[in-house]
Write a protein that binds this ligand. Structure first.
Ligand SMILES: [Zn+2]
Length: 344
């Protein structure tokens, strides 16, 4: 029966009736390779020096993202709607040696107990308001920090995670264009660029523990980290069935009706978080029972090396993956019933 249904769906699909076209299809046309390249050229430049928290480069990156949010008409939600920055202070829990993994904690209260390693940094947050379900939120996220530089060597982090931030800006633009044409989403869409992911998922942890929106009202988190490499017409989808299979169903349906990538589940472990799922910011949402998915382009030999540069980014696949995430978010933001999870 199931196979018959699949066959019928396939026949319907190849006939491609107009109703099969996604409502979001037209707006996804604004997600362009040249735009992605423009953002990434700046984010992965010498000037930004590898975007390490505490350094000047990441402040420039934060300002750049903020300016994009403003130009797209995203609303600030921090400080009673006056700021795009969710600032926090973190400290090193141990002295830092290059290339070892220091432990970091965010911390505002016990400065006296430590005398070194304080770093101020910010998550960058903007929102497109929903028209109908005003208490519900879709969070689209990507970390914008990276490893900085050591001497004259810069860790550019073009794929990790300039690719994700560039995608997030293009997705925000697509929603913004739709909103201007009276096609606002029914649910709020919150765009978050996290800091200090590379220090141990600190920015996202700060976000969920000090959330500017009630975390129980977050319908889903779509997290993007490293989606600009491995142009094999596929994307890793990780964690989409942990809380509810509905999230995974929506991704599959959005994909089938749009870019038709191969959805790779080889790094997923069904209803339990896989080790790779725990290694980026979506994990902090999952800890709160929020349905969360990690979109990932896969490993490569330039990972966490100075050779993670823009010339190796495949903009065609970056564009396709960005479109898939946009269509998924659109469906989550416009469907009549919010997807199931243990928090609602
Ligand atoms: Zn990353």
């Amino acid at each position: 029966m199931k196979n018959l249904f699949a066959l019928l769906s396939f026949i319907l699909f190849i006939n491609c009736s107009p109703s099969e076209k996604l409502e979001s299809q037209n707006f996804s046309e604004s997600i362009k390779q040249e735009d992605l390249k423009k953002y990434l050229t700046y984010l992965a430049s010498d000037e930004l020096g590898g975007r390490e928290p505490g350094e000047e480069g990441i402040e420039l990156a934060a300002e750049y993202i903020k300016e994009k949010y403003i130009s797209l008409g995203l609303r600030p939600i921090m400080d009673d709607g006056n700021s795009y920055f969710q600032e926090f202070t973190m400290h090193e829990k141990g002295r830092r040696k290059p290339f070892t993994k220091p432990m970091f904690l965010y911390d505002e209260d016990d400065r006296e107990r430590h005398d070194y390693g304080y770093i101020n940094t910010s998550n960058v947050i903007g929102m497109i308001e929903g028209t109908t379900y005003k208490n519900e939120y879709i969070v689209i996220s990507a970390h914008y920090d990276h490893l900085g530089s050591r001497g004259s060597k810069i860790f550019y982090g073009a794929d990790d995670n300039g690719s994700g931030v560039s995608a997030l800006i293009e997705i925000a633009e697509a929603f913004s264009i739709a909103a201007k044409k009276e096609m606002q989403p029914k649910r709020n869409i919150v765009f978050v660029c996290f800091s200090a992911e590379e220090k141990g998922l600190i920015g996202s942890r700060y976000f969920v523990e000090n959330a500017p929106i009630p975390i129980k009202h977050v319908v889903a988190n779509l997290n993007i980290d490293m989606i600009g490499r491995n142009d094999n017409n596929s994307v890793h989808v990780i964690g989409s069935s942990i809380e509810t299979s509905e999230l995974d169903d929506i991704i599959k349906e959005a994909n089938r009706k749009s870019v038709r990538l191969h959805l790779d589940y080889s790094m997923d472990s069904g209803q339990t978080p896989s080790s790779i799922f725990m290694r980026s910011d979506q994990y902090n949402f999952a800890k709160y029972g929020v349905p969360a998915v990690f979109f990932y382009g896969g490993h490569h030999s330039d990972y966490h090396k100075t050779s993670d540069t823009i010339d190796k980014i495949k903009f065609e696949i970056l564009q396709k993956r960005s479109k898939l995430i946009f269509h998924t978010a659109w469906e989550l933001a416009t469907m009549d019933n919010r997807i199931d999870s243990e928090v609602n």
